[in-house]
Design a protein around this ligand. Structure first.
Ligand SMILES: Cc1cc2nc3c(=O)[nH]c(=O)nc-3n(C[C@H](O)[C@H](O)[C@H](O)COP(=O)(O)OP(=O)(O)OC[C@H]3O[C@@H](n4cnc5c(N)ncnc54)[C@H](O)[C@@H]3O)c2cc1C
Ligand SMILES: NC(=O)c1ccc[n+]([C@@H]2O[C@H](COP(=O)([O-])OP(=O)(O)OC[C@H]3O[C@@H](n4cnc5c(N)ncnc54)[C@H](O)[C@@H]3O)[C@@H](O)[C@H]2O)c1
Length: 443
């Protein structure tokens, strides 16, 4: 049986980052991937999404400028955009496989545990001194009759022909982003939201404002609504709901969350603790079993499932396994954004969580569009800043067409605890832009 220093299950951002780092130490590594090399983010997640977002943002911005110096808003050609996206991304997984193969052995197959040191894949057995589980998540499966008719985010990111009417199930990141895309391209869209609000981890005031803006563009929301059954009716689908009458639609997207890829791993063969939320790890990312670790989306940790978080965990694990770091993992300020129109983004403390704590925090809202307006930019951008008692910025939330880039400015300010004096001494921004207003926001 072949033995390795490391066996890594999965090749997504978490695993890929770790492989690159371990390769610098000339470790013997086996990487096993059951799906597309590179994992979710570059194949069916962030990267194809941001590619499509380029056209979506341009089209929606041009619509905003219609009658303000732009004669006619741009019209999206979804099929052409998709053709180009497919050409661009078709070779991505193979290229990733080739890159990984330069520094380690690779297997394309599903991995599972035989015991605490042994993994089986493609009917071969391998032993690892250390085993790292980085198998990510997949769309949560609906347990309603007709669930087989639903599509997921990967299908939407490869959809050749735009459906006339699309129904999204869920009010999270994926529903809000992909609904924005399909509606911008010309589909009629309805979003079914189980609770009374979308994007529950974002500042409520702004997530509600985003719903208002999306409604203005004709996107329909049904709150407190879940599907109970889906049936096919010639080339359409009937979605029955827990309230209101049934809906007829052309395409149903399940965006009801993502579930950890653990069932196929046979974790019980190695007595590894897990739950439906994922694999349990301690603050050193170790499972309950010595020499078996888990990183990225597959863990049960209450932390955003994002690519930079997965890569940060890989870097931390490398430092603790190879560089003798002994401190538990300590996450920096994590920024997160929704690529809708307008965008929502935030970092640090969410204002909702300190609304009642006026003794320790001050919350202030800034209107961003008072000066430096582009032609026709009549939409208000809003930024809410949370200050601590010492007047440092500890949280920011924004809704605007540039919220994601804007919030990225603030992440180092929060993370490095930069105040107005320090900023003034060391920084002079390009004018006019949001950055030139930061000095006025700092204290
Ligand atoms: C539509 C969409 C958009 C997103 N947009 C963003 C964004 O804008 N920004 C952001 O930061 N994050 C975004 N994310 C989240 C981001 O993609 C994930 O957080 C990131 O990919 C997690 O990396 P990972 O390595 O933990 O898992 P993954 O990337 O999911 O990789 C896990 C890999 O393990 C493989 N695997 C599973 N089971 C086995 C097995 N038994 N044996 C071998 N291999 C196995 C899988 O095939 C997969 O390739 C998005 C996700 C989706 C779905
Ligand atoms: N821009 C980004 O960074 C980005 C984009 C996409 C995805 N992601 C990552 O992927 C993860 C998964 O995204 P997601 O949008 O699938 O999940 P999510 O957890 O953000 O949202 C799922 C939503 O579905 C609802 N829901 C669940 N079951 C339902 C049902 N039966 N009927 C109606 N609604 C139901 C939930 O209440 C929730 O609002 C995110 O949490 C995020 O970590 C990030």
């Amino acid at each position: 049986m072949k033995k390795y220093d490391y066996i890594i299950l999965g090749t997504g951002p978490a695993a890929y980052q770790l492989i690159k780092l371990l390769a610098t130490q000339h470790k013997s590594i086996l990487a096993i991937e059951s799906g597309l090399f590179g994992g979710t983010c570059p194949n069916v997640g962030c990267e194809p999404k941001i590619y499509l977002d380029g056209a979506v943002q341009a089209a929606l911005l041009s619509k905003q400028l219609e009658g303000h110096g732009i004669e006619q808003a741009a019209t999206m050609n979804w099929s052409q955009l998709m053709k180009e996206k497919k050409e661009r991304f078709a070779s991505w997984a193979n290229e990733t496989r080739k890159n990984i193969s330069k520094v380690c052995d690779v297997i394309n197959g599903s991995a599972h545990f035989i015991d605490r040191q042994t993994i089986e894949a493609n009917r071969h057995y391998f032993q690892g001194n250390k085993i790292i589980i980085a198998t990510g998540r997949r769309p949560h499966e609906l347990s309603i009759p007709g669930a087989k008719f639903v599509h997921d985010s990967s299908d939407v990111l490869s959809l050749n022909k735009l459906p006339e009417h699309v129904t999204f199930i869920g009010g999270g990141y994926i529903a809000m982003e992909l609904a924005t895309f399909l509606a911008a391209a010309g589909s009629q869209v309805t979003i079914l939201v189980r609770g009374d609000r979308v994007l529950r981890h974002f500042y409520q005031k702004y997530s509600r404002e985003l719903v208002v803006k999306m409604k203005e563009r004709g996107i329909q929301f049904k709150f407190e609504t879940e599907p109970t059954r889906i049936t096919q009716l010639s080339d359409k689908y009937v979605v029955e709901l827990n309230q209101d009458g049934p809906m007829v639609t052309d395409y149903v997207v399940n965006a009801s969350g993502r579930t950890p890829n653990i069932e196929k791993l046979d974790l019980s063969a190695a007595q590894i603790d897990y739950s439906t939320r994922g694999i349990d790890v301690d603050r050193h990312l170790q499972t309950n079993v010595n020499n078996i670790y888990a990183i990225g989306d597959v863990t049960s940790q209450d932390i955003p499932n994002l690519t930079p978080v997965a890569e940060f965990q890989a870097q931390y694990l490398f430092n603790s396994l190879e560089n003798g770091f002994t401190q538990p993992i300590n996450y920096p300020v994590i920024g997160t954004g929704v690529f809708a129109f307008p965008q929502l983004a935030q970092a640090g403390i969410n204002p909702d969580s300190v609304l009642e704590d006026g003794d320790n925090f001050e919350i202030k809202e800034y209107e961003l569009s008072q000066s430096s307006l582009y032609a026709g930019q009549k939409e208000k951008g809003l930024l809410t800043v949370v200050y601590d008692k010492a007047n440092y910025i500890v949280g920011v939330s924004e809704i605007s067409t540039s919220a994601i880039n804007d919030i990225n400015y603030f992440i180092p300010i929060i993370g490095l605890r930069i105040n107005k004096n320090e900023w003034h001494r060391n920084v002079l921004q390009i004018y006019p832009a949001l950055a030139d207003k930061i000095e006025g926001i700092l204290r």
